[in-house]
Design a binder for this molecule. Structure first.
Ligand code: ARG
Length: 432
């Protein structure tokens, strides 16, 4: 038995209902608490403009609060035959309170209702992402400081190039995350605007007080133009997806490095046995499956902006039901990103780093530039010093001094982690 809010006396076809509802009954559960929050703000506003009486508000508010409590306790479900979270909340209210429950939808459409739910949800989700990024950032910075003096090979073209350090390696990914955080913040700012009052996408003839709901819901400002507000469905998701993809690209690249440094031929880092995985045939294997799965997931997350772009490309102005399908793509994506970030943070608590890697003669040539520079400091012109060391290498006579003195800002001896932390602190202020 279907119970559509839009029921006009005919029974919709079951196949059509199942096809159009799709995954909403499950996905919308994540919007439930925000739907109630939005409704509370909306009915307070309706009361202020005389569309509900104070008595009606006093009946509705505790009933909505009760639904909010049920949601937090995990007791809220979207019943079979009910299309979505918006319908379920209204049905519950009407079932419990009678006619007054039917009044809350004045001046509203499910189009701005789902929009406001999504904005509130994305705000929280972006905050969760920001905090997960920040945790991984702090971990990387701590490891950078802890292993500041441990040298490792730097590669270009994946050929041994110049001395690097674990301090630089960990610290580099930390700083890369500050750039990603700019995009997280930008997506947050886009989400932090109130669409409520745009109704179906063209406003309402009621004198809705949109400033009031903006304040009640803690948005930075209204999405003023009602058509722009409706257009923000899609735009917000795409901004969020770009932020997710940016973080994923940094983390995915880090996961690749970890797999490579764990490879027996490098052997720069290890993890305790219980954090590695084995093979069903080769008894000796300790595989980096965690970081391979992470790399794969992060690669997949980088496809999300593209998926959303294609889903929403050239949609005509105003609400279109296609927009519903963005939830199927975006909801799992933010969860997956946070899971990857938390797993990386967990793994890094146990990372073991090899010392004295560069003492191995296979890295002799990594010191050529150091030796060229030392000659330059002794007064030899750079091109002559380069040739002198180059000829020694060519004749097989090069003997490295193995001395590394890098002191400038951002280099091995001075990675400036505190300055990088200042950048992150500033970005995080907006999320605290
Ligand atoms: N489930 C719908 C969505 O996510 C809710 C809005 C429905 N609006 C409509 N006009 N059919 O878009």
């Amino acid at each position: 038995m279907s119970k559509q809010l839009w029921n006009k006396g005919f029974q919709p076809n079951d196949i059509i209902e199942a096809f159009t509802v799709g995954q909403d009954r499950e996905l919308d559960l994540r919007l439930a608490r925000y739907d109630v929050q939005g409704s509370i703000a909306h009915i307070k506003m309706l009361t202020s403009i005389g569309l509900l009486t104070q008595e009606e508000l006093d009946i509705l508010l505790p009933a909505l609060q009760q639904i909010a409590d049920e949601i937090e306790r995990g007791e809220f479900v979207i019943e079979d035959g009910v299309e979505d979270v918006h319908s379920q909340v209204e049905f519950l209210l009407t079932a419990r309170l009678g006619d007054v429950g039917k009044k809350i939808h004045s001046g509203r459409s499910r189009n701005d209702q789902v929009l406001v739910d999504l904005k509130l949800f994305f705000r929280d989700e972006l905050k969760n992402i920001a905090h997960a990024v920040d945790r991984l950032f702090r971990r990387l910075q701590q490891l950078s400081e802890q292993h500041k003096d441990k040298l490792m090979p730097g590669y270009t073209h994946l050929q041994v190039a110049m001395p690097s350090s674990f301090g630089l390696w960990f610290g580099a990914y930390a700083e890369a995350l500050t750039d990603d955080m700019q995009l997280v913040k930008a997506a947050y700012n886009i989400a932090n605007q109130n669409p409520l009052g745009s109704a179906a996408g063209y406003g309402s003839s009621f004198p809705l007080d949109r400033e009031m709901t903006t304040t009640l819901l803690g948005f930075e400002n209204p999405h003023y133009n009602v058509v722009a507000a409706q257009m923000s469905r899609g735009k917000t998701e795409r901004a969020l997806a770009v932020a997710v993809a940016a973080v994923a690209s940094t983390l995915g690249r880090f996961a690749m490095d970890v797999c490579m440094w764990m490879c027996n031929n490098f052997g720069f880092i290890k993890f305790p046995d219980e954090l590695t995985t084995g093979s069903s045939i080769m008894p000796h294997k300790k595989n980096p499956d965690v970081f391979e799965i992470m790399r794969g997931k992060c690669n997949r997350l980088q496809a999300v902006p593209n998926e959303l772009t294609i889903l929403t490309a050239n949609l005509p102005l105003g609400y279109n039901r296609d927009l519903q399908l963005m939830k199927d793509i975006v909801f799992p994506a933010t969860t997956e990103l946070i899971d990857c970030l938390d797993t990386a943070d967990f793994m890094l608590q146990h990372i073991e780093v090899k010392d004295h890697i560069l003492d191995d003669s296979r890295y002799d040539y990594i010191f050529t530039v150091e030796d060229v520079n030392r000659l330059v400091l002794e007064g030899v012109p750079f091109r002559d010093a380069y040739r002198q060391v180059g000829m020694a290498v060519q004749k097989g006579e090069y003997k490295p001094t193995r001395e590394v003195h890098h002191t400038h800002l951002g280099s091995i001896g001075n990675p400036a982690n505190d300055r990088v932390a200042e950048k992150m602190d500033k970005l995080m202020e907006g999320f605290n």
